[in-house]
Design a protein around this ligand. Structure first.
Ligand SMILES: [Zn+2]
Ligand SMILES: [Zn+2]
Length: 90
């Protein structure tokens, strides 16, 4: 009947918007190569973060200023090299 309406969106599809920086990109993957690298880096950073988090969740010695003597179970100060029982720390 009447003339066809121009389909909105077609023009948009001509230039894709980079999901990283939000600017138009004509790159094949719809993302700037440098932004793709950035995205990969941030993904790796997230992984590193998660790894560090799980590391910090690992049980720590109750006190790093003290160490336990395997011989008598006493906890002399970490700077002491010889326990009261005679056990020598390395
Ligand atoms: Zn981009
Ligand atoms: Zn001891």
């Amino acid at each position: 009947m009447s003339e066809k309406k121009p389909t909105p969106g077609v023009a948009k599809q001509m230039g894709k918007v980079c999901p990283v920086c939000g600017a138009k990109t004509y790159s094949h993957g719809g993302i700037h190569p440098q932004c793709a690298v950035q995205q990969a880096d941030s993904a790796r950073a997230e992984e590193l973060k998660a790894a560090r988090k799980s590391e910090s969740n690992a049980p720590k010695p109750s006190s790093w200023t003290k160490k336990k003597c395997p011989k008598c179970g006493a906890e002399p100060h970490v700077r002491r090299k010889v326990c009261d029982c005679g056990h020598v720390f390395f």
